[in-house]
Design a protein around this ligand. Structure first.
Ligand SMILES: Nc1ncnc2c1ncn2[C@@H]1O[C@H](COP(=O)(O)OP(=O)(O)OP(=O)(O)O)[C@@H](O)[C@H]1O
Ligand SMILES: [Mg+2]
Length: 237
């Protein structure tokens, strides 16, 4: 059974169709790559899936629940969590306190939240930075912190929006390994990324958006050899 079903989803901003009749499904455990040119509607689709915007048309089913109209906190409780393209840690709070914010979605006990946070901090490899203020972390570590915070909400489905954006090759490689580790934990992931080499390595399937519409869907090999995708997006890459 699909863990996520996107059915004919459209999102309009005035006359602009940021998403237009987009449909696809995800099965549990998979990594879905979501790619396309700037402005293609990738982040908007994340916003519709996670309850930040209600879709204008269509419906989204997560784990059998209809998501339309649910608020982000209810979405998170159901087991879906996302990171943001622009990382926004709570700058004046420590690394562990930032991650505890995620864990407090599952427990009212500060002790349990701290334990859960420490576990996720280890998963992302920030155990040497636990007491550091989040605002003082370099970008690579902020991205990891963001991942730790969403992992602490105990998601079944994780949506990562350009989690490698702005990173150097060594930092990107660490994030690739982290995404594969998360897959091994059994967590399903949808990953927006412009780095095609990375997306090819991690994705089981890829959906390509272009001008709000789904241009193509397939496994990585099918996507790189799809003429419409090459013409619209990959070009010289
Ligand atoms: N809240 C909003 N109000 C009006 N227009 C919006 C809003 N959010 C997004 N858009 C528009 O919707 C379109 C899709 O934007 P979106 O951010 O989803 O693209 P994207 O694929 O994530 O692009 P990028 O790769 O640059 O992050 C763009 O034309 C954008 O300007
Ligand atoms: Mg975006």
């Amino acid at each position: 059974m699909a863990i996520l079903e996107i059915k004919h989803v459209s999102k309009f901003f005035g006359g602009l169709a940021a998403n237009s009749d987009v449909s696809f499904e995800m099965v549990p455990g998979m990594i879905m790559g979501l790619i396309g040119p700037n402005g293609a509607g990738k982040t908007t689709l994340f916003n519709c899936i996670t309850g930040y915007y209600p879709p204008s048309r269509g419906e989204i089913l997560f784990d059998g629940h209809r998501m339309n109209g649910l608020h982000p906190d209810a979405v998170c409780k159901l087991g879906m969590a996302r990171t943001w393209q622009k990382v926004r840690p709570l700058a004046k709070m420590s690394v562990v306190d930032n991650v505890m914010v995620g864990a407090l979605c599952r427990t009212n006990s500060l002790k349990k939240a701290r334990d859960m946070a420490m576990e996720k901090i280890k998963v992302v490899g920030l155990e040497n930075r636990v007491k550091v203020l989040a605002g003082s972390l370099p970008i690579g570590e902020r991205k990891k912190l963001e991942v730790a915070r969403v992992l602490a909400t105990k998601p079944k489905l994780l949506l990562l929006d350009e989690v490698m954006g702005g990173l150097n090759p060594a930092e990107s490689e660490e994030i690739i390994q982290l995404i594969l580790d998360i897959k091994n934990l059994g967590i399903t992931q949808m990953v927006i990324e412009h780095d095609m080499k990375a997306i090819m390595r991690i994705s089981d399937r890829i959906v390509v958006l272009n001008s709000g519409e789904k241009l193509a869907e397939g496994n990585p090999q099918e996507i790189v050899s799809n003429k419409a995708v090459v013409d619209a997006y990959l070009g010289g890459e």
